[in-house]
Design a binder for this molecule. Structure first.
Ligand code: NAD
Length: 492
């Protein structure tokens, strides 16, 4: 079968479609945007920007599918997820390739992200156990039993960012569907192709029409989803200003909402850190995926006398990284997502220089022709009040702040508006415990550069990196997508 995406290649550039009520459909949208390969600039397809009437069709389809899907026994819903897993495995390399093509990250990174997506399906497939309630005989009084049951709520939607085209939607939809809800995925308009292919692969996997829907678009589409009275809740991942706006808009309409925002993740290097292993971790954290991970290290704090040794080793290792097309073997750092992003990140580098930080390595001097490339960039002599230390840059740029002790390092982390992740590199258990105890972030790494929670743990986040209480993945996701109903029973 010729895929939707292959048709685009064959017929120059065609617009991709929504998948609603079990059918591919062309949204009424007059507007569309090009989807480009950031490594080459080639236009891969056009993505339609769905409007409120398109959203309404999708929500109505999901709403209509809800009663029968809810009544499908969890064990049967889980069985379909086993089929999803098999389908994804069978197309694993194809999906990773698509992720690299539209996003730019290396094939290794893309494979890792598809693996994480599959792991979420594997966890959600255990839904009969995950969704169970609990009860207590004579729990209310003698002869009166009390129990909790989990029930799905109806239609949910996920609004996704560009940096993980497949993985982030899979933090949400498998759990929502497994619990008996119906769902709408809204991928990032910058990377809609990989999820479109996933939907093609899942077309005949066993979901009744309307259970799982795909709607393309941008801000207007998102607002229509949040505003739709039949949508019970939204899961969001993206930048902090948009996370805040989505949270406020959904909450004002009485909806459930979990909104994961931006980040400025700190890596603390203690004097006793094992240098070679620490450098390898820090390089992966700061420059992997060209720094476009929400868990990317973007501020390093060196503590005490490790500073000189660390900076020299980091510069040498970063210099050795190969910048290029993520599809090519041997590439370490792919392009950033767009020319606009490249200009924005270059602007942040220029601002760091103006603020007086010292450029140890300037990624603007490492241009690779033809795409949105920027090399690894390192600033030394950064003060915590500089923009380069405070603001999310979301590119291969890292600043280094030097302090005398762990307390000062923790104070820098505490002063940040963000709270996604922080890591410490040390062999000292007491220092690690102090760090874990006090670091005001959702995800902590101890000698781990990218503290990415597995599917059966919540993908945490704090402060302006997360708005809500229940996180993505695992048991948090089950609770987010379910009502906990209490039943108290007495028989006369
Ligand atoms: P973004 O905020 O620009 O877009 C995210 C989504 O929101 C997209 O689907 C987009 O169409 C939609 N959107 C954009 N503007 C909107 C508006 N004004 N109103 C409603 N919807 C709008 O984010 P991005 O650039 O695609 O992704 C990168 C950001 O995501 C970074 O800040 C990164 O840190 C963050 N991120 C966070 C996590 C996490 O777990 N905390 C994970 C991945 C990415």
């Amino acid at each position: 079968m010729e895929t939707v995406i292959e048709q685009h290649a064959a017929e120059a550039v065609r617009s991709i479609q929504n998948f609603v009520g079990g059918q591919w459909s062309i949204p009424s949208a007059a507007e569309s945007l090009p989807v480009t390969n950031p490594a080459t600039g080639a236009v891969l397809a056009r993505v339609p920007l769905s409007k409120a009437p398109d959203v309404d069709v999708a929500v109505q389809a999901a709403y209509a599918a809800f009663p029968a899907w809810r009544a499908t026994p969890p064990v049967e819903r889980g069985r379909i997820l086993f089929a999803v897993r098999d389908r994804m495995e069978a197309h694993f390399n194809e999906l990773a390739h698509l992720v690299t093509e539209e996003h730019g990250k290396t094939l290794d990174d893309a494979r890792g992200s598809v693996r994480r997506a599959i792991e979420n399906v594997e966890v959600a497939a255990g839904i009969p156990s995950l969704m169970m309630g609990y009860g207590l005989e004579d729990g209310a009084a003698r002869g009166i039993d009390e129990e909790v049951i989990r029930q799905p709520l109806g239609v949910f939607a996920a609004i996704c960012p560009f940096n993980f085209p497949i993985m982030v939607p899979f933090w949400f939809w498998p759990y929502a569907i497994a619990t008996g809800n119906t769902f709408i995925v809204k991928p990032s308009e910058q990377v809609p192709l990989a999820m479109t292919r996933v939907f093609e692969l899942l077309e005949d996997v066993g979901f009744p029409p309307g259970v799982l829907n795909l709607v393309h678009g941008s801000r207007e589409t998102v607002e229509a989803l949040i505003d739709h009275p039949l949508v019970r809740g939204v899961s969001f991942v993206g930048s902090t200003p948009v996370a805040k706006a989505v949270y406020a808009r959904a909450a004002a309409r009485g909806k459930r909402v979990q909104a994961q925002g931006g980040a400025k993740n700190v890596l603390v290097i203690m004097p006793d850190a094992v240098l070679d292993k620490t450098i390898a971790n820090v390089i992966g954290s700061c420059f992997g995926s060209a720094g476009q991970r929400c868990l990317a290290g973007s501020l390093i704090i060196t503590v005490g006398d490790v500073h000189e040794r660390f900076v020299a080793a980091l510069r040498d290792a970063a210099k050795a990284l190969r910048v290029g097309n993520g599809l090519e073997e041997g590439t370490d750092v792919g392009p950033v997502i767009s020319e606009r992003a490249r200009e924005r990140i270059s602007g942040s580098i220029a601002r760091g220089v103006e603020e007086g930080a010292h450029l140890v390595l300037d990624g603007r001097e490492n241009p690779v022709a033809g795409g949105c490339f920027l090399g690894p960039t390192i600033f030394e002599g950064v003060r915590p009040d500089m923009a380069v230390a405070r603001e999310e840059i979301f590119g291969p740029v890292v600043g280094i702040v030097h302090v005398e002790n762990l307390g000062e390092a923790l104070a820098v982390i505490a002063a940040s508006p963000y709270g996604n992740a922080a890591s410490i590199f040390t062999q000292d258990g007491a220092a690690a415990r102090t760090f874990r105890y006090h670091a005001p972030v959702g995800n902590v790494g101890i000698n781990v550069g990218v503290a990415a929670p597995m599917a059966y743990f919540p993908f945490s986040g704090a402060k302006e990196s997360f708005f809500g209480t229940l996180h993505a993945q695992g048991r948090d996701a089950i609770d987010f997508y379910c009502e906990r109903k209490v039943v108290i029973t007495r028989w006369f």
